[in-house]
Ligand binder design. Structure first.
Ligand SMILES: [Zn+2]
Ligand SMILES: [Zn+2]
Length: 167
């Protein structure tokens, strides 16, 4: 995504109106690696500009996507997320808290393999890796003891009944 000042010019050149709210949205998104949803952008913007509407946010995001400045990500986790990072990259998606992180790893072999095996002219490869982020792993570890105690009780019960049949 271009710098906010450049976006202001680009919007004007394309006959689109540039309001203080829109300019603020450019600033919120520029260099934002958090992959925010429209609602998250709105929450941040309305903290600074209480009169802004969610509709303004939706419209501005849609126009940025249309102009190729912003990528709309639908990773099958509910709300569409917006990504200003225009370098080729992949995503780590935490299935617990829905945090999305960028990974800049080039996969030239994978790209070549696809072209060769599927006779497919590959333009780009974007992977979504699902799992549990570091913070959620810590959270889960903190809750561990109580859960594993009840798991153990169940485990013993199953082991007894299974043992009877298998033997
Ligand atoms: Zn997480
Ligand atoms: Zn990204």
């Amino acid at each position: 995504m271009r710098a906010p000042a450049e976006l202001v010019e680009l919007f004007r050149e394309n006959g689109k109106k540039v309001t203080p709210q829109r300019e603020r949205i450019f600033h919120i998104l520029h260099g934002n690696a958090g992959h925010p949803s429209a609602e998250a952008v709105f929450a941040r913007l309305s903290a600074e500009m209480p009169t802004v509407s969610l509709k303004t946010v939706y419209q501005t995001l849609a126009e940025l996507v249309e102009m190729g400045e912003l990528q709309a990500l639908d990773l099958g986790m509910g709300a569409t997320r917006f990504d200003p990072n225009d370098h080729p990259h992949h995503h780590l998606l935490c299935t617990r808290c829905r945090r999305i992180e960028d990974v800049d790893i080039v996969l030239p072999d994978f790209q070549e393999l696809l072209s060769y095996r599927a006779h497919f002219a590959v333009e780009s490869v974007e992977l979504t890796v699902r799992g549990t982020c570091a913070r959620c792993q810590e959270d889960l570890a903190g809750k561990g003891p109580a859960e594993s105690r009840s798991d153990q009780r169940q485990g013993n019960h199953h082991a007894r009944s299974r043992g009877g049949k298998d033997a």
